[in-house]
Design a protein around this ligand. Structure first.
Ligand code: FAD
Length: 416
């Protein structure tokens, strides 16, 4: 019997477990994969702020950092915008990052078991009973007062608890391949043909290798489009990419697919459920709660931020014996990142209905104010700079031009 059981040993789950254990709660993390951090489903680009939020020591940070990025070049079909960032972003080895977070959680007193999949959650006399199946066979029933669902985009805990999921999924594909670009600049490729409803990227690991991938919003793609097909086309026919990608040098490796949840219907995911006459409760964090930046698809920072709050709140609720205190978790993460996610979801929907000409006009407008973008831009809080732009006449005209398609799409989102 544990005070807190965390399902999933990704970044959100590990930091939640660390803070629950530090708050005095007996804490267990259950991870379905045999090894924490593997397989990797991430491009591994995170901000300095995310590194700080991870609470890992500089020595560990050095071990999982492979490159630093000081800017980006955004390509639209007819215009390229180059931006220098105020602060370097970090390119990390996600498996090593996740392992370091798991070790940190262990050092704080949390137990972690791997190769064990949670398949059920039931009421029991002590609160909740978590049913888990081990990789080699065999079932276990583990008691918990609070269960934290940090089980990623598939959100199994939410489904088991009957919590409605309010999100869209983007489909993604990525490879690591030989690449002959500038090692300190990420490249972004936008355009309906390239990545409908989202974008493609090249994130250099060094002078000769990059993670190259893309995400698409299925609702805005033709029925035969898949991320793998679009990625193959990007590598073989996008003019900038053709210059840089060296498919011939022992070809590519490190293929990963995956999905990214985006808040849908402009609503935030419900993340707290009190159970069994309010004697126990379930919290959702990270991708399971669609705590992802809808503009860029990055989820590591928001997952760490929310995981930390979830762990703290769970430990306090258990220690006070008052599960109503779990509601504090939702209030706190809404206050910190809720508006940013809703704003991002509006921008994402707008991006989905814009044509390539409009996209290019937006990039040109941003290019005219490049200095402001560079000084005020923030990869974790993009609204801080974008809100100012949305009020400008050229953006209002673009909005008016696309308003019918946009409202139609919002209405469809609302029905889902
Ligand atoms: C292609 C791609 C590129 C991305 N690039 C970036 C990027 O550059 N920067 C960024 O910030 N974000 C990026 N993201 C998003 C980022 O990877 C996620 O937001 C982040 O991993 C979320 O962390 P998490 O801990 O919530 O979930 P996860 O990291 O998905 O961890 C969930 C864990 O739960 C485990 N689990 C699932 N079900 C069960 C079960 N039933 N029982 C036990 N364990 C279970 C899983 O095995 C997994 O280990 C990318 C995503 C994709 C798909």
């Amino acid at each position: 019997m544990y005070d807190v059981v965390v399902v999933g040993a990704g970044p959100s789950g590990c930091i939640a477990a660390k803070h629950a254990a530090e708050g005095g709660a007996s804490t267990l993390v259950i991870e379905k994969d045999r090894e924490v951090g593997i397989p990797v489903r991430c491009a591994g680009l995170i901000s300095r702020r995310a590194i700080e939020e991870s609470e890992l020591r500089e020595r560990e940070v050095k071990l999982f950092t492979v490159n630093r990025i000081k800017g980006a070049v955004i390509h639209s079909p007819g215009y390229d915008l180059r931006i220098e960032a105020r602060e370097h972003a970090y390119v990390i080895k996600r498996d090593c990052f996740d392992k370091a977070l798991a070790e940190d959680a262990r050092n704080s007193g949390a137990e972690i078991i791997t190769g064990c999949r949670v398949v059920g959650i039931r009421h029991s006399s002590w609160g909740l009973s978590v049913e888990a199946v081990k990789a080699g066979g065999g079932r276990e029933e583990i008691g918990a007062k609070v269960v934290i669902g940090a089980d990623g985009v598939r959100a199994g805990v939410a489904r088991l608890a009957g919590i409605k999921l309010t999100r869209n999924l983007l489909s993604c594909a990525q490879i690591e391949g030989c690449y002959d670009g500038e090692s300190a600049y990420a490249e972004i490729f936008a355009g309906r043909r390239i990545a409908p409803g989202f974008f493609a990227w090249a994130i250099p690991l060094n002078d000769h290798t990059a993670r190259i991938g893309l995400c698409m919003d299925d609702k805005f793609s033709s029925p035969h489009s898949t991320p793998v097909r679009l990625l193959t086309r990007l590598l073989s026919s996008e003019p900038h990419m053709v210059k840089r990608y060296r498919g011939s040098c022992s070809s590519h490796h490190g293929y990963t697919g995956g999905a990214i949840p985006i808040a849908a219907g402009l609503k935030l995911q419900k993340t707290v459920k009190l159970m069994h006459g309010n004697t126990s409760g379930i919290l959702l964090v990270g991708d399971a709660a669609a705590q992802v930046k809808p503009i860029t698809g990055g989820g590591v920072y928001y997952g760490l931020r929310s995981g930390k709050i979830a762990g703290e709140v769970a430990a306090k609720a258990v220690s006070a014996g008052d599960m109503h205190m779990l509601k504090d978790y939702e209030r706190r993460w809404h206050k910190e990142i809720g508006k940013e996610i809703i704003f991002g979801a509006w921008v994402h929907r707008l991006r989905c209905v814009l044509d390539d000409g409009d996209l290019e006009r937006i990039l040109r407008a941003l290019g005219r104010e490049r200095r402001r973008v560079e000084e005020g831009g923030d990869m974790d809080y993009p609204s801080r700079i974008l809100v100012g732009f949305i009020k400008k006449p050229e953006f209002i005209i673009l909005g008016m031009k696309n308003i019918t398609r946009y409202i139609w799409q919002l209405w469809i989102d609302k029905l889902e």
